[in-house]
Ligand binder design. Structure first.
Ligand SMILES: NC(=O)c1ccc[n+]([C@@H]2O[C@H](COP(=O)([O-])OP(=O)(O)OC[C@H]3O[C@@H](n4cnc5c(N)ncnc54)[C@H](OP(=O)(O)O)[C@@H]3O)[C@@H](O)[C@H]2O)c1
Length: 336
């Protein structure tokens, strides 16, 4: 297959290079794209050097089968037509098309088949925090319908991109050296802090990130579930974590839930509190699965269950999920 990565220099773009190599994705030709900032720079893939091309409105995507795009919503909207007009499937990591009726929103463990119906040849990769939550909700929904979700997220600096990750490290260095702290990518200093805001606020007091969790969860799970989220930036560098409370139609026991999660694709159960075993971002960074622990009954709700999860949002929350979608399409013979 001929594969393009748009936004190759970014946090997600770099992860695409690693994951495509690790999984030995069947690539004949690879083309990397970026803006003027990274055009001309070189990256190595499977021992060969590739130069980043400037993304332009031309015929560069004529022979491309799959384009992984992670260059922000504005770029995705501006270049969608250029990327897809000759039949390339665009698997987009931005929020530009996620809630469009004619664009499937796909997490392969939940709704892989939705990717087959894509009138615009665009498939949207969901919000990273949502992806990791629905991978765990899927096996629980099979036990009893989930009516309500409350979630508090603990999102790492890298969720805001490569420059944000560097800013957090720089903030710590500046504090140690007694210099003024640089704050550009986050609304406040993140070092030694937590910030209860991710993305901008909407009219109902929730942020856009929180409303993504409400809307995208329903679309992916084909469900009427209502999800109330509080998304918080913390000073871990990589891997998001989430405290999740669910209310189901019928009660689910802890044992049933643990068994279902342990057997579910994409999930690893790490739940042994007596031995201080539960997932944490330092350990889940760089891993593929979503790790789950602290599974217990919600003592405030007879039909409630609560758990903790942690997973690498640049992998499963972005690049890995997109590659899994492409692998699924390849497996079922659904690429041009
Ligand atoms: N980081 C995460 O955990 C995460 C998770 C899920 C989804 N996402 C989404 O994935 C996308 C990328 O995120 P990121 O974290 O990788 O950001 P990032 O580290 O800031 O990288 C942004 C990338 O976009 C490229 N780009 C920007 N404007 C461009 C343009 N006009 N033409 C071509 N390329 C352009 C940049 O290339 P230059 O360097 O050449 O400008 C860079 O490669 C965003 O939409 C983000 O919301 C991110």
């Amino acid at each position: 297959m001929n594969v393009a990565i748009v936004g190759a220099s970014g946090a997600v773009g770099q992860e695409f290079l690693r994951i495509l190599a690790e999984r030995d994705f069947p690539i004949d030709n690879l083309v990397l794209f970026g803006s003027e900032r990274s055009a001309g720079s070189k990256y190595t893939f499977k021992g060969k050097e590739y130069e980043v091309k400037l993304l332009q409105h031309n015929d560069d995507f004529k022979d491309i089968d799959v384009a992984f795009t992670s260059a922000g919503g504005g770029t995705s909207k501006e270049f969608a037509e250029t990327i897809t007009k000759y039949g390339a499937v665009m698997i987009d990591n931005s929020s530009a098309f996620r809630m469009c009726d004619d664009v499937p929103l796909v997490v392969p463990e939940c709704n892989a088949e939705d990717a087959l119906n894509r009138p615009r040849n665009i498939i949207a990769n969901p919000n990273c925090t949502t992806i990791m939550m629905v991978v765990v909700l899927k096996p629980l929904e099979a036990l009893s319908h989930i009516k309500r979700i409350h979630i508090a997220s603990y999102q790492s600096a890298s969720g805001a991109g490569a420059a944000a990750m560097a800013e957090l490290q720089q903030e710590y260095e500046e504090i140690i050296e007694g210099k003024p702290v640089t704050v550009k990518k986050f609304p406040h200093q993140l070092a030694y802090n937590v910030i209860p805001q991710i993305d901008v606020f909407t009219d109902n007091g929730y942020t856009k990130e929180e409303m993504k969790m409400f809307n995208e969860t329903r679309k992916i799970m084909h469900s009427d579930v209502r999800c109330s989220a509080m998304c918080v930036r913390v000073s871990s560098l990589r891997s998001h974590s989430e405290s999740v409370w669910i209310e189901t139609e019928k009660p689910i026991s802890v044992e049933e839930a643990q068994k279902a999660i342990a057997a579910a694709p994409g999930c690893t159960l790490k739940d042994d509190p007596a031995n201080l075993v539960y997932p944490m971002p330092l350990e889940t960074a760089g891993k593929d699965d979503v790790y789950v622990g602290r599974v217990r009954k919600d003592i405030a709700d007879d039909c409630g269950l609560t758990f903790w999860l942690s997973g690498d949002q640049i992998r499963k929350g972005a690049a890995l999920n997109a590659v899994q979608i492409a692998e699924y399409l390849y497996k079922v013979g659904n690429l041009k």
